[in-house]
Design a protein. Structure first.
Length: 431
């Protein structure tokens, strides 16, 4: 067994502390997001200014696109850093400050008018999304650096589970606040509380202890940015198949977004049942985040991805043939496990494909190249649903899920095992 490097010794010495402050960051960030949710509160705020379903639907799409797209373009700069923390903190400010702008928009809305309010809101949402995207690559690189490989899945899963629980509780509280206050103080209060928790989340993040990596080789005259990306895609066939499965997953799960609407129209579901289904999804994702991350560290993250792909397949299949509303409870449980596998486990497995120096490039490739599919897949799913019906959308999701399962089972290999097998060969070549 090779001796631990200075960075590895530091990270293991401060592991408990770093786990604590970063779980605190995730929990506080989750509370903040719950009071300004991209899935409920912000769409409701936009809906108070317009009846356009397209504009309302842009809220989560802008957030997702802003978070994913910049990550490849920040990879080169991130890969040349010996410490990531400063970049993370500076960029993370840009995903938090825009909510203070939303407080001002909500407060001044009666004076500036609905049209100006909409323009300012979408400018702030774009700023926030891009801020998160520019922070994402260095943040993932920093967490991967301070968490030992055998603990990364457990940490990412636990942090996501904590954040999910906080988001759920805060979202319920936000609903009561919106009912308790008249406009404009309803949204002003929610956004102010979000700003408060975002601030303390940033303080927790700033408390992270990250060592400088003086052993990392940084080239003085590196090759062009795209040259490095091309080399990775040319030589790493296993990563290419993983990337293919990752992109395909967005289309395999395109039916998920329409489950609630289908249940409302097909089975005349009431609001109470819709609330229970939402709670079912949240609880399932919380359990999946904690359990799949921990299991992935022990039996391999690829196996957890397969479990998630099978869950997506079964979820779409059950929705395709669902004879009653009761079927949607197991459907939403399976949806929760599929979502966690695709996002949390997928991110965890991404960092296993490379060492420290190339890791930002791998993270950037996966996130940025997935972004177009993340935006296009729901649009295609919606078009199919409008022209051929929801059931047809679920059918296509089932077929594409089968393809994703096949790729993960037969073509993608566990990257940590491949690195272990290749290590002796590399050592012999060095000798």
């Amino acid at each position: 067994m090779l001796p631990l490097t200075r960075v590895e010794q530091f990270t293991r010495k401060h592991l408990r502390y770093n786990v604590t402050v970063n779980l605190l960051d995730g929990g506080l960030f989750g509370v903040a997001v719950g009071f300004a949710s991209f899935g409920t509160i912000l769409p409701l705020f936009v809906a108070s200014m317009t009846d356009s379903a397209t504009l309302i639907g842009l809220v989560p799409a802008i957030h997702a696109a802003g978070w994913l797209l910049p990550q490849l373009f920040t990879a080169h700069h991130t890969s040349r850093q010996r410490r990531y923390k400063r970049t993370v903190l500076v960029m993370s400010i840009h995903e938090r400050v825009p909510f203070l702008g939303l407080v001002l928009v909500a407060l001044l809305l009666p004076k500036i008018g609905l049209q100006a309010g909409l323009v300012l809101t979408f400018l702030l949402l774009t700023w926030q999304g891009l801020g998160g995207g520019f922070a994402a690559n260095p943040w993932t690189s920093m967490i991967s650096k301070i968490m030992p490989p055998e603990s990364r899945g457990t940490f990412f899963g636990t942090q996501a589970a904590v954040a999910n629980l906080m988001i759920s509780a805060a979202a319920v509280a936000a609903g009561y606040l919106l009912n308790a206050f008249d406009s404009p103080f309803d949204f002003v209060t929610c956004f102010l509380i979000a700003c408060f928790f975002f601030t303390f989340s940033w303080v927790a993040l700033a408390s992270t202890r990250e060592p400088a990596d003086y052993d990392k080789v940084i080239e003085e005259n590196p090759p062009p940015f795209w040259h490095g990306i091309g080399q990775i895609l040319q030589r790493d066939r296993n990563f290419n198949w993983f990337l293919t499965a990752r992109v395909l997953s967005q289309f395999a799960t395109m039916g998920f977004a329409f489950y609630i609407v289908y249940a409302l129209r097909r089975f005349q579901m009431d609001a109470v049942t819709a609330g229970y289904l939402t709670a079912t999804l949240t609880v399932a994702q919380t359990i999946a985040n904690a359990s799949m991350g921990w299991l992935g560290d022990r039996v391999g993250h690829r196996l957890m991805l397969i479990v998630g792909a099978v869950s997506a397949l079964l979820s779409s299949l059950l929705a395709w043939f669902a004879p009653s509303l009761a079927w949607f409870f197991p459907i939403f449980v399976l949806t929760g496990f599929a979502n966690v596998a695709i996002w949390t486990i997928g991110m965890t497995m991404t960092v296993d494909f490379s060492g420290e120096s190339e890791r930002p490039f791998y993270i950037g490739i996966v996130q940025t190249l997935t972004a177009p599919a993340t935006i296009v897949a729901p649009l295609i799913g919606g078009w199919i649903a409008d022209t051929q019906g929801f059931v047809t959308t679920f059918g296509w999701s089932t077929v594409l899920s089968v393809m994703m399962v096949v790729i993960l089972v037969f073509l993608v290999k566990e990257p940590r095992k491949m690195k272990r097998f290749s290590q002796p060969t590399l050592q012999k070549e060095a000798l």
